[in-house]
Write a protein that binds this ligand. Structure first.
Ligand code: SF4
Ligand code: F3S
Ligand code: FES
Length: 236
């Protein structure tokens, strides 16, 4: 089959404004959008810039807008798009570095602000044993351990686009993963950070984050749980 790719192009070092370029390719229905980008880069225009690494939906580096929806290019098959006209653009809300590559630093800056790591200064159990928890305690934060930091959720969020002040759903998901871990002792610190102006109460429950997440994480639910923990002071 033939597909037509319309790709956003912009090199801030050379171009005065962004533009689109169109490429017509032979493709298999089972090709992934990432395969098509690789074909363009290998056979049509080696200057096309995009990120990729694992090609299997694990690293989170090839998030982009495909026909208007934030997706991982390696997880979208041509046959699933329902059209042979495919428009590919960079994520919204972050500065374009080149073509489909955006500057992820503001995203990671927000991530770092919520202390996304294990905090517990108490001495570990003796004899090299682990800090134990029950299966139920582990289950409490299981969903949010699945995040691959692709940025799809945060760059789908209208509140994040609107003011750039909001930490965004990905940061909250990663705070949730530690706040509700029974072994961690940093919950209070994180909840204070997330109760600030740029924190969870900026979320207007738009749900776009949850709809877009390639890991199917229940993001809006996680945000609601963090809001409730702040308002009630309880972690159950
Ligand atoms: Fe990506 Fe989902 Fe993590 Fe958001 S929560 S960064 S969409 S994996
Ligand atoms: Fe944004 Fe998701 Fe809330 S899209 S407004 S973070 S529910
Ligand atoms: Fe790693 Fe797509 S290339 S998630």
């Amino acid at each position: 089959m033939q597909v037509t790719l319309k790709i956003f192009r912009y090199n801030p070092e050379k171009d005065s404004a962004p533009h689109y370029e169109t490429y017509t390719l032979e493709a298999e229905p089972t090709d992934r959008v990432l395969d098509l980008l690789e074909k363009v880069k290998s056979y049509h225009d080696g200057t096309l810039a995009f990120r990729r690494s694992c090609a299997h939906g694990v690293c989170g580096s090839d998030a982009m807008r495909i026909n208007g929806v934030n997706r991982l290019a390696c997880k979208v098959l041509v046959k699933d798009l329902g059209t042979t006209n495919i428009t590919i653009e960079p994520l919204l809300g972050l500065k374009v570095v080149k073509d489909l590559i955006v500057d992820m630093e503001p995203f990671f800056e927000n991530y770092r602000k919520v202390l996304p790591y294990f905090i517990n200064d108490e001495p570990p159990p003796p004899d090299g044993r682990e800090r134990l928890q029950t299966p139920e305690e582990r289950e409490r934060f299981d969903d949010t351990t699945k995040c691959i930091l692709c940025g799809v959720c945060t760059t789908s969020c209208p509140t994040f686009w609107a003011d750039g002040q909001y930490f965004g759903p990905a940061a909250i998901v990663n705070a949730h993963r530690f706040i509700f871990d029974s072994r961690d002792r940093g919950a209070q610190q994180r909840l204070e950070i997330l109760a600030q102006d740029s924190g969870v109460f900026r979320c207007r429950t738009a749900f776009s984050c949850t709809e877009a997440c390639p890991r199917e994480i229940q993001i809006t639910k996680a945000i609601a749980e963090v809001k409730r923990a702040i308002l009630t002071g309880r972690l159950d």
